[in-house]
Design a protein around this ligand. Structure first.
Ligand code: DP6
Length: 314
C-alpha cells in the first residue's frame, strides 16, 4: 500500500426507508429498504498512505481536527480494515452534494471509502462483502455500492453477514429525481441518534416495520411493471409514515422547516392538476421529487432551482 487510490460512490435516495436498528454496533436494520442511486452525485474519496501515527481526514478541502466526530468515525471505520497497525492514511473526501443536509452524503462517503480501502489494501473483496463493510460505517452506505435500484436485505444473522445491498436488475429510463434544497446546513439530530430515539420512545414505531414490509413489496411490483403512480404513492406515503414516527418521539423529532411543508403542498397542488410528481424526505428538511422525464420542463417552472438526476439515462 504505497500509491494513492481514488474511488467514487453515488449517493442514494431511499424509496422505502431504513429507520431503526436491531444492532447499533453493526448497523443492522429493523426493516429492509429500497433505494435508487444518484448516478454522478456522490463522494470522491482519495487515500494516501502517510508516515503519521493518525489518519488525517479532509472533507471538501478542509482538514478536520483528529478529535472531530466525523474524523473519529472515519478512523474507527478504517480500523476495521487495518491489519498493519502502523498504516495510516490521509483521507480526502469531496462531496458534490450538500453534506449532512439529509442528502445521504454519509452513505456515498462510506461507500467510496470502502472501495478505496479495498484498493489500497489489495483486499479484493466481492461487492456483497464491500456492501457489508460499508454498512458498518453507515447503514445506508451498503446501498451506495451499487447503481440503479438497490434493495438492502435486512438479514437475520447476528453477525450481519446476510445484511447487505443487492442490485435490482430492472432499469427505468426516464425516471427522474429532483433535489429541492430547503436548507443545506447541518441537521440538528443525526440519523443514528434520531432512529434510536424513535425506536425507544415512539409508540407509533410499532407499526413501522409492518408498513415498510408492505411498501417494499409494492415498490418491487411498481419497478417490475414500471407503474410510476404506484412507485410515487408508495414512496411518498412511506416517507411520511417514517416522519410520523419521528414526530411521535420524545423529545419530538421534527426535521421539517416551514419551507418543507410549503414545498409538499406545492407538490400536492401540482398533482391535483394532473402532474405525476411525488416526493420523499430523509432526516432533514429537503425534498426529493420523483417524476418522469416528460414532466421535467413543467416541473422546473414551479421549482426553478431543482437539481435533477436521471439514474438510468433517457
Ligand atoms: C432517513 O444510514 O445515515 O436517510 O446507519 O446511523 O449511519 P446510520 O444511519 P443512516 O440513516 C439513513 C436514514 C434515512 C433513510 C434511508 O436512507 O434509508
Amino acid at each position: 500500500a504505497s500509491a494513492s487510490v481514488e474511488q467514487f460512490a453515488p449517493s442514494n435516495i431511499a424509496l422505502c426507508k431504513y429507520w431503526g436498528k436491531r444492532d447499533r454496533e453493526l448497523n443492522l436494520p429493523i426493516n429492509a429498504s429500497l433505494s435508487v442511486s444518484l448516478d454522478y452525485l456522490g463522494s470522491h474519496t482519495r487515500l494516501i498512505p502517510t508516515e503519521g501515527q493518525v489518519d488525517d481526514v479532509w472533507l471538501n478541502g478542509q482538514q478536520l481536527q483528529p478529535g472531530a466526530r466525523f474524523s473519529q468515525k472515519v478512523s474507527e471505520f478504517i480500523d476495521l480494515f487495518r491489519r498493519d497497525q502502523n498504516l495510516y492514511f490521509k483521507v480526502e473526501t469531496r462531496n458534490n452534494i450538500p453534506t449532512a443536509a439529509g442528502l445521504a452524503s454519509s452513505a456515498s462517503g462510506f461507500a467510496a471509502l470502502t472501495l478505496a480501502l479495498n484498493d489500497a489494501l489489495a483486499l479484493d473483496l466481492p461487492p456483497e462483502h464491500l456492501s457489508i463493510m460499508a454498512r458498518m460505517g453507515s447503514g445506508s452506505a451498503c446501498r451506495s455500492l451499487f447503481t440503479g435500484f438497490v434493495e438492502w436485505r435486512m438479514g437475520q444473522r447476528k453477525d450481519g453477514l446476510d445484511s447487505h445491498g443487492v442490485q435490482l436488475e430492472q432499469q427505468w429510463p426516464g425516471f427522474c429525481i429532483g433535489l429541492v434544497e430547503i436548507d443545506a446546513g447541518e441537521k440538528a439530530t443525526d440519523s443514528r441518534s434520531g432512529m434510536q430515539r424513535t425506536v425507544e420512545t415512539a409508540h407509533l414505531y410499532q407499526s413501522w416495520p409492518l408498513q415498510a414490509a408492505v411498501d417494499l413489496g409494492k415498490l418491487q411490483q411498481a419497478i417490475a411493471e414500471r407503474d410510476f403512480e404506484l412507485l410515487g404513492q408508495t414512496a411518498e406515503q412511506n416517507a411520511l409514515s417514517m416522519h410520523a414516527t419521528m414526530i411521535a418521539s420524545w423529545p419530538p423529532l421534527l426535521y421539517w422547516q416551514p419551507e418543507s411543508v410549503a414545498a409538499m403542498q406545492k407538490v400536492w397542488q401540482l398533482r391535483s392538476q394532473g402532474l405525476q410528481v411525488y416526493f420523499t424526505m430523509d432526516a432533514g428538511p429537503n425534498l426529493k421529487l420523483l417524476f418522469q422525464r416528460a414532466d421535467r420542463a413543467t416541473l422546473l417552472q414551479h421549482f426553478p432551482n431543482l437539481e435533477t438526476v436521471e439514474p438510468f439515462g433517457c
